[in-house]
Ligand binder design. Structure first.
Ligand SMILES: Nc1ncnc2c1ncn2[C@@H]1O[C@H](COP(=O)(O)OP(=O)(O)OP(=O)(O)O)[C@@H](O)[C@H]1O
Ligand SMILES: [Mg+2]
Length: 327
């Protein structure tokens, strides 16, 4: 059920994976007394452990623990984690009235040092810009469309953004070149290949840019490099039999990439060309229930087909995707 989660060595877990697998992670924590380090952009923000972990392993915090249900945690994960990280506050998680796990700060805040505690709501460290990779072994699923739309969403948020075009067909580059006639895209598109991808992605991110990587279908090496360097890996899939069939191969390759790199990848599936009322779409959702699928969906719309060669303007669906993926 939580294969992507459990295939890794176990301890570090990203915020997005925690949210996507929340009930399972809590159950594993409760039943096996497993401890997790909750990571945000590869920075530890909190510890998740069994209920009795907090009082015995470290001094109590000044503030009494907050008690939240698993459902509340899923809905308000970011604010709860911030309360733990910045407010230095323990959080006890309950399920059906039973205490099942605790979230505790990574650096214990002791009662003797209240002055070191940051005011609530203040962010203590500057997080780096994310690298996002759009991948699928299957062609024509919406990787380039999703890349350009997500880049446009990030740019609209005021972030400097660079798209790395890793597809030798250069669809993203053609899109950008065509757009020049009407006015440039609100982000840069740069060509890359399997030799230079990792260095380029790191350098551009280090210059403070959000990086979105478009990849070709059926290129396992480039897929693994893009996924290996990315903070978030997004796999677009249309609700058709053949697309769903090919998804397993992509997910297996991603699991191998995570295992080789010794870290858990943050993988999310995005349903695109989605028509809620079609039975195939419902079947797809059922079939994918056990996979890390985003709640956000992208419908099949003319606006996406017509966007090629111009700045993406219909962004409301990809805004929701962006929030769920990166926020
Ligand atoms: N949500 C959508 N609704 C309607 N059409 C879409 C949608 N997403 C993509 N398309 C269209 O589907 C086609 C394939 O999309 P796109 O080029 O983004 O896929 P791709 O995965 O990058 O393909 P390739 O593997 O060949 O690089 C394009 O014509 C695009 O306009
Ligand atoms: Mg493409």
């Amino acid at each position: 059920m939580y294969s992507l989660l459990m295939q890794s060595s176990g301890e570090p877990i990203s915020i997005s994976n925690l949210r996507r697998h929340l009930p399972d992670t809590i159950r594993v924590t409760e039943q096996t007394l497993k401890r997790w380090l909750v990571m945000h952009h590869q920075r530890p923000v909190a510890r998740l452990g069994p209920v009795d972990a907090s009082p015995t392993t470290r001094p109590p915090t000044l503030t009494p623990p907050q008690v939240v249900t698993v459902t509340h945690l899923r809905q308000h994960l970011h604010s709860v984690l911030r309360e733990v990280e910045v407010g230095g506050r323990d959080v006890v998680i309950t399920h059906h009235g039973n205490r099942v796990a605790t979230l505790t700060p990574v650096t214990p805040v002791t009662s003797a040092s209240p002055a070191t505690r940051a005011p609530q709501g203040e962010v203590m460290s500057v997080s780096t810009q994310p690298i996002i990779a759009l991948v699928s072994l299957k062609g024509g699923v919406g990787k380039t469309t999703s890349t350009l739309h997500l880049a446009a969403v990030a740019a609209r948020e005021g972030r400097p953004v660079t798209v790395l075009d890793g597809d030798s067909e250069r669809s993203a580059t053609h899109w950008a070149n065509l757009a020049l006639k009407l006015g440039p895209l609100p982000f840069e598109v740069i060509e890359t290949d399997e030799r230079t991808l990792i260095t380029q992605a790191r350098d551009i991110r280090d210059r403070g840019h959000t990086v979105v990587i478009d990849t070709p279908p059926n290129d396992r090496t480039l897929l693994m490099k893009a996924a290996g360097i990315a903070d978030h890996v997004l796999v677009p899939v249309a609700p058709t039999g053949i697309d769903l069939d090919r998804l397993r191969g992509t997910l297996q390759l991603l699991a191998d990439t995570g295992a080789i790199g010794g870290r858990e990848l943050d993988v999310a599936i995005l349903l695109v060309r989605f028509a809620a009322r079609k039975s195939l779409a419902r079947e797809a959702q059922d079939l994918l229930r056990d996979f890390p699928i985003l709640d956000a969906k992208v419908r099949s719309l003319k606006a996406y087909e017509e966007a090629f060669g111009s700045a993406p303007l219909f962004l409301e669906e990809y805004e929701v995707v962006w929030k769920e993926l990166v926020a």
